[in-house]
Ligand binder design. Structure first.
Ligand code: ZN
Length: 603
């Protein structure tokens, strides 16, 4: 029994990847095939099968075999007579026109695909080895393309075209494939070879490779050393797609697919690390950390899933939240950002939680369970209705770390919990049941955390950060915003005199569209809704968000303002009253006890 795939990249203009599946020695009269409905790490039913086109099957003699569709993502190949199938060949095309890390994208500039978008699973033989041929084509030769993937090689040419082999289907979908004229950067961390492949349009000759190598080596070595050998991989690949304003990542066992903005890359012309570049490094640190935390240390329900139906766990506060807490902290541990920069960035992270009144409507545990329908399908009411298990989860991680450090006089930290998880669950691949992480936090720290988890994970209480930060010499305060673009942190600027309670966007035809409205704030109370277009305040045209901002800076609490706006194509008029200010921007500042008591940050 062998399962062999050939993936042909020729039809770039139609964005069609040609796939040919050959299975020999099928000793049964029917063969069931399927495609996953979701990809690990991204919790939304995406129905990848909707992009499959023109499927047909033949036997070893070239005779057509019937393919019966069983549901939206399951097929059955049937023998023409009562005999066993023997050799089966299935051909189809995959429409690849989604520039994201979760699916597939193919045009004349590159090809990228995840196994979940391209490879049918042979259901009765999901555990058999899967062989893949990726031949060079006229197109790949013309364009000078090479292959960047961690798919285990059998025999390939210098450009990476040739034969690969995955241990089984679950293994096969862990290795996304990028084929392009990427820029490759290599480095070694703790003896492990690492590669970065940058695809896309950017100032390639100005890319500061030395800086990248230095910074990523420091980050990867920090993470590798934290858990120690044996490491979860023998090589690692960052596959990076560079676009005008992309951002995102998806973790795999020994690689990650990233999308970044070209302005986030380090260039030889930059005087220092830009905020965008630090954000890119945090994204790398985040996805890299997932190699341990979620790819090996993982919920038991993930191990049991065949990716057909959603799986439910309340543990995403740990797998995404703790990963988010550490992605920033790793940069400080690696010596790339000092404590002042770290605290400034952390205060902006925290502001994202404190700006969400939805945190009092949804617990983090519920956010995790409902990720399929709420977090991954956010609508305009999200700030009022939900809380992110990434951002609030990372605050729970921060709170836990500070609490454990303070109560154990720094003898224990959250890193000790991570190490215990790695030894007990990651290395032996023993999936985590609900509640086991909380239990382990108590075991490792020796602290009764029943109330902590009840209040912050299952109930909706804010963490008591004033008290949590105080032993570390850091003051936690909340202040009102200083403008529409204020994202938190300490500032010299004066508070905004009034608040609309909305997110706004300048439209192409010079009006201001309301994208989010905060409940019980000025705009909400005036009856203005999301998607409405504000055209004038007190009779003055509002052609941009900047115009709104400067108008509001001239107002004061108690003022009433006439607002003209369109709802769909209907002109409406209302009065906005400014009655109160909300303090939802977080400021973290060192006080004169910083550094004398417990040390938590480097430098
Ligand atoms: Zn993540």
């Amino acid at each position: 029994m062998t399962i062999h795939y050939t993936v042909t990249l020729e039809n770039a203009h139609a964005h069609l990847i040609d796939v040919h599946l050959r299975i020999e020695n099928v000793h049964q009269t029917t063969l069931n095939l399927s495609l996953p409905n979701w990809i690990p790490g991204s919790y939304l039913i995406r129905d990848f099968a909707k992009n499959l086109i023109d499927m047909s099957a033949k036997d070893g003699n070239g005779n057509t075999l019937e393919i019966r569709m069983l549901d939206k993502s399951h097929w059955q190949v049937l023998s023409t007579d009562e005999n066993v199938l023997g050799s089966v060949q299935v051909s189809y095309q995959v429409y690849a026109w989604d520039l994201s890390v979760r699916t597939a994208h193919f045009d004349q500039t590159h090809a990228f695909f995840n196994g979940t978008s391209v490879f049918l699973r042979v259901d009765d033989f999901a555990d058999a080895p899967y062989e893949i041929s990726l031949p060079k084509t006229k197109l790949t030769e013309q364009q000078g393309w090479r292959v960047a993937s961690t798919l285990p090689k059998v025999s390939t040419d210098a450009f990476g075209f040739g034969d690969y082999r995955a241990a089984n289907y679950r293994d096969l979908i862990e290795y996304p494939v990028e084929v392009s004229d990427f820029v490759e950067v290599e480095f070694v961390a703790n003896g492990v070879p690492h590669r970065i492949a940058f695809t896309g349009k950017f100032e390639r000759h100005k890319l500061n490779k030395e800086q990248l190598i230095k910074d990523l080596t420091a980050i990867c070595e920090t993470e590798l050393s934290l858990f120690g050998a044996p490491y979860p991989f023998v090589e690692y690949l960052f596959q990076v797609m560079v676009t005008d304003n992309g951002y995102g990542g998806l973790e795999h066992t020994n690689s990650t697919a990233l999308l970044c903005s070209r302005s986030d890359l380090p260039y030889t012309t930059d005087a220092k690390r830009t905020d965008g570049y630090i954000q890119f490094l945090e994204l790398c640190a985040h996805e890299y950390f997932h190699s341990w935390n979620v790819k090996r240390i993982q919920p038991a329900v993930y191990q049991a899933s065949n990716l057909s139906e959603p799986v439910y766990t309340n543990q995403l506060w740990w797998f995404e939240g703790i990963t988010s807490y550490f992605d920033g902290l790793f940069l400080n541990m690696a010596g790339l950002v000092d404590s002042d920069t770290y605290l400034k960035r952390l205060s902006k992270e925290m502001t994202r939680v404190y700006r969400m009144p939805g945190r009092f409507k949804q617990s983090v545990a519920e956010s995790s369970i409902t990720t399929w329908t709420k977090f991954y399908q956010q609508d305009e009411n999200a700030p009022n209705a939900i809380i992110s298990y990434y951002t609030k989860g990372s605050l729970i991680g921060l709170g836990l770390d500070l609490l454990i450090r303070q109560q154990t006089q720094n003898q224990k930290t959250l890193v000790d919990v991570l190490k215990a998880l790695w030894q007990k669950h990651g290395l032996p691949r023993k999936g985590l049941l609900e509640g086991e992480i909380e239990q382990l936090c108590e075991e490792v720290s020796g602290i009764d955390l029943t109330d902590f988890f009840k209040q912050h994970l299952f109930d909706k209480e804010d963490l008591p950060f004033e008290g949590l930060f105080s032993p570390f010499g850091v003051d936690f305060t909340l202040r009102p915003a200083t403008g529409l673009k204020d994202t938190g942190g300490s500032t010299e600027e004066t508070n905004f005199p009034v608040q609309l309670g909305a997110n706004l966007q300048t439209t192409e035809h010079q009006t201001v569209r309301v994208t989010h409205v905060w409940n019980d704030m000025a705009l909400h109370n005036a009856g203005v809704a999301t998607s409405d277009e504000i055209i004038a305040l007190n009779g003055y045209k509002m052609a941009s968000t900047d115009a709104v901002e400067s108008f509001l800076k001239g107002c004061e609490l108690g003022d009433k303002v006439i607002c003209h706006y369109f709802r769909r194509d209907e002109l409406m008029k209302t009065e906005i009253q400014f009655n109160h200010l909300v303090s939802d921007r977080v400021v973290l500042e060192k006080n004169n006890q910083y550094g004398e008591a417990l040390s938590w940050l480097k430098n």
